[in-house]
Design a binder for this molecule. Sequence first.
Ligand SMILES: C[S@@+](CC[C@H](N)C(=O)[O-])C[C@H]1O[C@@H](n2cnc3c(N)ncnc32)[C@H](O)[C@@H]1O
Length: 241
Amino acid sequence: MEVEKQDKLNTVLIPEKQANWQGRPEWFFNRAHTDTYELWYEGRYKRAEVWQKKVMEQLVSKDPRIKTLLEFGCGTTRFTRWWKEIGIEATGGDISPLMLSQAIHLFDGDLVNADSHHMPFKDNTFDALAFITTFEYYKDPVQVIREAARVARCGIAMGMMNRNSPKVARRRVQQVFGKNPFYVTATFYTPAKLMAIIDKALKGRDYTVEWTCTGLPKWFPVQQWNVPVGDFFGLYVQLND
Ligand SMILES: C[S@@+](CC[C@H](N)C(=O)[O-])C[C@H]1O[C@@H](n2cnc3c(N)ncnc32)[C@H](O)[C@@H]1O
């Protein structure tokens, strides 16, 4: 099959006047939210991002086999363009052409427009698969883990919002008042809940799991710990077979 390559500099994936993709209600198909997404990270989310990257680096760099990685749900590529700082060559994938419209101007690697439930790659194409704050949106999480374990040779790196966080209740209240569109379709996991899904998806495979939490208040004595409480947790599945 011949892959069509887009000329990044002269490409407009979606015309600017098109505010929504296929009439879909999720925030990531609406330009009002996708076009300002990167600003989040530049504001009060900055400290959280530093710690999220720190925990992801700790987990992934324990597996020296990881040289290439496919990040699905890459969004505007905030993490995708960061992996190379820790020596990993990344490729991005996302279901939203609107998020990818931002991504093509921010990231110099390859990008693919696809659904994480059906990754358009052959078995064992990358050393690792990564999902950063995207798994919360997946309708069939078991299938997505199976896809990840098919396309990745060595491991799956996951970072996501933790169900065990006071911020979850705050977000749900904001949502009721129509103030927070970002988590309407999201499912929040704890490390234990996620591990149960991984167990189901990888039955019969030989693997080990490690996780750690961050996203703790600024005044708290530690910013990372191996207690399942905190706004964000990172988890790495090392495939041993
Ligand atoms: C909160 S954003 C995270 C973006 C990026 N990973 C980051 O950390 O900034 C969630 C992303 O998941 C993508 N997404 C949601 N469902 C998806 C699916 N089924 N397949 C691929 N991407 C999906 C959305 O389009 C969006 O870009």
